[in-house]
Design a protein around this ligand. Sequence first.
Ligand code: ZN
Length: 162
Amino acid sequence: MTTDDHELKDLYQEVIIEHSKNPRNFRAVQNATHSAEGYNPLCGDQLTLTLKLSNNVIEEIGFIGDGCAISKASASLMTSALKGKRPEDALTLFTAVRTLLTCGPSAKVTPDEVGKLAVLSGVSEFPMRVKCATLAWHTMKNALEGGNVPGGKGNPASTEES
Ligand code: ZN
């Protein structure tokens, strides 16, 4: 392991711990236009994502639920990153993050694309936790694509690839 790897690992742990202890956007969005629920049976992580789309921009986004540190930190990082973005950019980011999580830091994803989310690449070292980290992203994708009625029970997001 090189020094860079160690630094990345420290940063990864620091950011994950900080975000899980103090999650950003941990709330239900009022007057949400889109929502979805996600559940990761492997770990027991569950979350409800709500967002408000206005003029094709994600104006507000929040999540509630309970899960492990990685699932919370990932949802926290995701909601922070997506606020103010267009849905199509959010879905591009989804693909980039999924690549990062499954392929690790060597993934061909430019730092510009993922920004701070690059810390999530540390999760790739722990294959058991990858689904914890992707849960929020799958749920976000479902919310954007499904546009579930707020408060309604849409199809729960699955962390299984179909
Ligand atoms: Zn988990």
